[in-house]
Design a protein around this ligand. Structure first.
Ligand SMILES: NC(=O)c1ccc[n+]([C@@H]2O[C@H](COP(=O)([O-])OP(=O)(O)OC[C@H]3O[C@@H](n4cnc5c(N)ncnc54)[C@H](OP(=O)(O)O)[C@@H]3O)[C@@H](O)[C@H]2O)c1
Length: 347
């Protein structure tokens, strides 16, 4: 990668786990970005849902921003000019070069993230996100708008965090047509099933995942298969080119997997996994998320804890598998940093 020395003004929409991890990663890579990639940056805008907004053309101090987030403070105290009334007006007025959209996912409509990204592209920014909503609800429209504006709409972290999937097909695998996708894409359910194999009840396993911070207070997005379904939808939409929403995926979660079923599988030398499958049939796709028993001959069998896998069958290679261990907000942040470097180098 080669760059001229360039300064980039960054806007953060959402400053939760992912936004903060990205700010820390940028801070720790500041020297490397300057020396190796000739890039300097400043964070000129931060928007939150309920913790105010900050705008500063000279750059918001990253340490101040992280401290404000840690103490549940209000970001308007960091704003140089009066903070805009809402996120959209912040995007329109902040004059940033790059927007990072990391607000909560909306499975049903993708909003308000779709509007945030559309507005950023209209204002001439690259739009980079870990939010799956805009990918499954507006991938083709947003990509067309980005092309028209000669900017990028990238979203590497939406599936398997920082592991390269979209960039891999975009850059390293030209003319590879994806026929089937198979994977374990939700780490929380894989951890629940792993804990149950150790003898814990379903409720105790969910409580354990909540305790270590990988399951929400309401775990239904994970245990009912919605998170897996939206990730599979994103892969189908982008890699197969067939717009697909999570409601179009045949979906069954893991609530019916009992300790008895786990013991029966174990007696047969098998394990339960929440498996995502998509098979292209002409211009349509057959896709489902459901618990399946897998044996030791499958790479899915070896996955424990939060490890995930995506496998791709194309018309040019044999089965290609990507496995990611120990995902965290830091690995998600890396996917966004990779998107940033790829977007500004036109890759
Ligand atoms: N956590 C992960 O490791 C991970 C991995 C892959 C993808 N993701 C995706 O990344 C996104 C962020 O996840 P997260 O874990 O960082 O979530 P989070 O901790 O809940 O943070 C969400 C942030 O968005 C802000 N926000 C809410 N509504 C907003 C709005 N209308 N305008 C501007 N900001 C708004 C929130 O502000 P308030 O706190 O004031 O409401 C908060 O700062 C989600 O879409 C998630 O699915 C996360």
């Amino acid at each position: 990668l080669e760059f001229f020395m360039e300064h980039y003004k960054l806007a953060f929409i959402g400053f939760g786990n992912v936004g903060q991890a990205l700010a820390r990663l940028l801070q720790s890579k500041e020297y490397e970005l300057k020396e190796k990639y000739n890039i300097t940056f400043s964070i000129t805008a931060i928007a939150t849902g309920n913790h105010g907004q900050a705008i500063d053309p000279n750059g918001i101090d990253v340490v101040d921003a992280l401290r404000t987030a840690k103490h549940d403070g209000d970001f308007s105290s960091l704003s140089r000019s009066p903070a805009p009334a809402n996120t959209l007006s912040l995007i329109r007025t902040c004059k940033a070069d790059v927007l990072f959209e990391n607000s909560p996912v909306n499975y049903k409509t993708g909003q308000p993230a779709v509007k945030h990204i559309r507005t950023a592209l209209e204002c001439g920014m690259h739009a980079l996100t870990a939010n799956k909503g805009p990918v499954v609800h507006a991938y083709h429209q947003l990509t067309a708008l980005a092309d028209k504006q000669r900017k990028k709409f990238y979203f590497e972290s939406t599936v398997m965090d920082g592991a390269p999937i979209f960039a891999l097909f975009r850059s390293a695998l030209p003319a590879a047509n994806v026929h089937t996708i198979k994977g374990v894409l939700n780490s929380t359910t894989n951890m629940i099933l792993t804990q149950m194999e150790g003898g814990e009840s379903f409720d105790d396993a969910v409580a354990y995942c909540q305790k270590i911070g990988i399951a929400e207070t309401d775990p239904s997005g994970d245990v009912d298969g919605w998170d897996a379904a939206i990730k599979l939808s994103a892969l189908i939409t982008v890699l197969m080119g067939i717009p697909t929403k999570p409601t179009q995926i045949q979906r069954e979660g893991i609530r019916d997997i009992t300790l008895d079923k786990i013991a029966t599988a174990k007696a047969k030398g098998m394990r339960w996994k929440l498996v995502c499958t998509a098979r292209r049939e002409g211009m349509s796709v057959h896709a489902r998320v459901a618990p399946e028993m897998v044996g030791p001959e499958s790479p899915l069998y070896t996955l424990t804890g939060t490890t995930s896998i995506a496998q791709f069958e194309t018309n040019v290679l044999g089965m290609l598998s990507i496995i990611e261990s120990d995902p965290s907000p830091q690995t998600t942040a890396y996917g966004l940093l990779a998107d940033l470097l790829n977007a500004i180098s036109g890759k």
